[in-house]
Write a protein that binds this ligand. Structure first.
Ligand SMILES: [Zn+2]
Length: 638
């Protein structure tokens, strides 16, 4: 069992600078295209002007949903992270003006939700199950904390403290307070951030209350439904599993319900396990992680198979073409695994984080930075395409805030330790040994190649352990320190990391080379939808076939021979394709329709012929001509 004391401390994204390589151009598109694009969409759909409280036009448009405040809040957060890493006076002025409009909407008692101020003032705090009031508050808090950290300006933070104080006066187990909590978890993790920004323990206590009250009997959602004159049995989702409130979280054994809610809740559970040194919360998080990762997660790090509840169904129910796999859910999965990773540095959490990052998350945004997937299925018949905006636009600003703070996932420090979780070209500044600065530079073409050159800069010799992650997909690696090869048995390796303990000298260099062959991947025999199918993976990237590379051929008719992939498939880097990608080329076979005219069934199998196939990284699909896509391919001879 992991210890309750967190041994790792994440390095802030403000200390991590990407240059060149895979990530820097993407972060630049996020800064220069995605963040402005989202701002314009928020303005065009009334989500920012909502804070001007126009009582003459209480419902400006049906597309301004009840949780529209959260979209603007996530944009404030994304833009603030962008400012923290990249000063920009015009963006600063814009963020400040949006912050002023948010503050302007605040009511004398601290309340701050535009829908319930303008449109339904008599319904304030009367339907926590469905109406996202505390969820919106959570996103506003996260936006305010980010704005404060980026600008040093307290005005928005102070306003959200007043709102959080109001929420604390309204909810709790003390007499006279409502014993409520939000149907959509979010405020819990936001309150932990507010606690860190302000050092006010009141917010930590409120987060703990929300976590522990959730799912207690009698269920609050029943109580408030009756108070509204409704029959709780009429709840559309039929079960409070949908919002993880069917039993208290400490008693839950499977990850259930709406996927985004589940992983936001578990992120907060993990935060509070650390803050409150609470072993049962950590055990809860570990137990639900095991259920998710061994039975309910897609190969891409997508989660949530079902459209109707945007969430989980049964163990091993992972159909590819109908997968929901919302981008926000994969982001939540990354947030949760990043938190779990900090307890003791177990590589399995970084493995899930990396799987999600390069596949189910990155597919959420087009290469142009202004089109997005809400759902990320693992196969498409040709009708699933990214869009510039959605009626429910939770995903685009969530992508923007994740990319703008991407560096936070890469490194951690410990007492005498420096951890490298992810590989990508750039430089990070960290502190070890009571504040001694270490600068670490990675030069690498990762994820296209597994070779990483690390250069450590210390002012004076420093003794600490450098932990380098060995990804779960990597079976063979070589390591040189200052040009000298370290053999595998002279190297400490545990929990998915190489541990290099030595006295590091100024300018020391490490060369780390992870073998990155093409791998064939199979699903557990209980996953009915994927039997007889195989997927291609290389390094952290899951690959897919796309229609545009295969003419008129229906992709589901193509089979590959898994036994011949390592010999017959070739790796080819194409700098002019899809922003620069490594493709996999090899032979497949395709069944054809010859002799099937006017025949539906017959005794002879269809004939097949050999063909050339090209697989591209899954994240890059749907950036060319629209068409089919497929990750899980028929396995020849199975
Ligand atoms: Zn979303």
């Amino acid at each position: 069992m992991s210890t309750i004391k967190r041994q790792l401390e994440p390095v802030s994204f403000t200390q991590v600078n990407f240059d060149g390589g895979f990530w820097a151009p993407r972060l630049e598109v996020n800064r220069t295209v995605t963040i402005p694009h989202i701002y314009h969409q928020l303005e065009a759909t009334g989500r920012i002007s909502a804070f001007d409280l126009n009582f003459q036009r209480p419902v400006p448009s049906p597309i301004v949903l009840i949780f529209g405040d959260s979209d603007a809040a996530k944009w404030i957060e994304a833009a603030s992270y962008s400012l923290a890493a990249h000063p920009d006076p015009k963006l600063r002025a814009l963020v400040d003006s949006v912050a002023d409009r948010v503050i302007h909407a605040q009511q004398p008692d601290g309340y701050l939700n535009t829908h319930f101020i303008v449109t339904q003032p008599d319904m304030r705090w009367r339907n926590l199950r469905d109406w996202h009031e505390l969820y919106c508050a959570g996103h506003l808090i996260e936006g305010a904390v980010a704005h404060y950290q980026a600008t040093g300006e307290r005005k928005l933070l102070d306003a959200l403290c007043r709102y959080a104080d109001h929420i604390d006066e309204t909810f709790g187990s003390e007499p006279g307070k409502k014993r409520g909590y939000c149907g959509h978890p979010e405020i819990e993790l936001a309150l932990v951030k507010l606690y860190h920004a302000t050092q006010n323990p009141r917010y930590l206590k409120l987060a703990s209350y929300f976590i522990d009250e959730r799912g207690q009997g009698p269920n609050y959602f029943d109580i408030e439904a009756r108070a509204r004159g409704e029959d709780p049995a009429q709840f559309w989702a039929k079960t409070y599993e949908y919002c993880q409130a069917h039993v208290p979280i400490r008693e839950q054994t499977k990850v259930v319900g709406h996927a985004v809610r589940a992983v936001y809740l578990l992120s907060a559970v993990t935060d509070l396990a650390h803050e409150n040194k609470d072993p049962t919360l950590l055990e809860t998080s570990q137990r639900l992680w095991n259920n998710l990762v061994t039975k309910r997660m897609y190969l891409t790090g997508g989660i949530g198979a079902a459209h109707n509840i945007e969430g989980f169904t049964q163990d091993y129910d992972l159909p590819d073409e109908t997968a929901y796999a919302e981008t926000c859910a994969t982001i939540g999965l990354m947030l949760w695994n990043h938190r779990m990773l900090q307890f003791s540095g177990e590589g399995k959490y970084a493995d899930v984080l990396e799987r999600a990052l390069y596949n189910g998350f990155l597919s959420g945004v087009a290469l142009d930075g202004s089109h997005f997937f809400y759902e990320n299925p693992l196969a498409s018949g040709g009708h699933h395409h990214r869009e510039g905006w959605f009626n429910c636009p939770c995903c685009p600003p969530n992508i923007a805030r994740t990319l703008a703070s991407l560096g936070k996932f890469f490194y951690s420090t410990g007492a005498n330790d420096l951890w490298v979780h992810l590989y990508g070209q750039g430089t990070a500044k960290m502190e070890v040994n009571d504040g001694r600065e270490v600068s670490l530079r990675q030069v690498t073409k990762y994820p296209w190649e597994g070779y990483v050159r690390l250069k450590l800069d210390v002012d004076t010799p420093q003794r600490f352990t450098l932990h380098l992650r060995v990804p779960e997909w990597c079976e063979h690696w070589r390591l040189l320190v200052n040009g000298e090869q370290l053999s595998a048995n002279s190297t400490q390796l545990s929990d998915g990391y190489i541990h290099l303990m030595r006295e590091w000298q100024p300018g020391d260099g490490v060369e780390y080379n992870m073998d990155m062959p093409i791998r064939t991947v199979w699903a557990h025999p209980a996953v009915r939808a994927l039997q007889g199918r195989v997927a291609l993976q290389r390094g952290p990237l899951v690959y897919c076939l796309e229609g545009v590379d295969h003419g008129e051929i229906n992709l589901d008719r193509i089979a590959i021979d898994p036994g011949r992939v390592s010999n017959e498939f070739k790796v080819e880097h194409k700098e002019d394709l899809l922003g620069g990608v490594t493709v996999l080329r090899g032979k497949g076979v395709v069944v054809d329709e010859s002799g099937w005219e006017n025949t539906l069934y017959r005794s002879q199998p269809p004939s097949s012929k050999s063909m050339n196939t090209t697989a591209i990284p899954y994240y890059a699909w749907d950036n060319r001509a629209p068409g089919e896509m497929r990750i899980w391919l028929r396995a020849k001879g199975i």
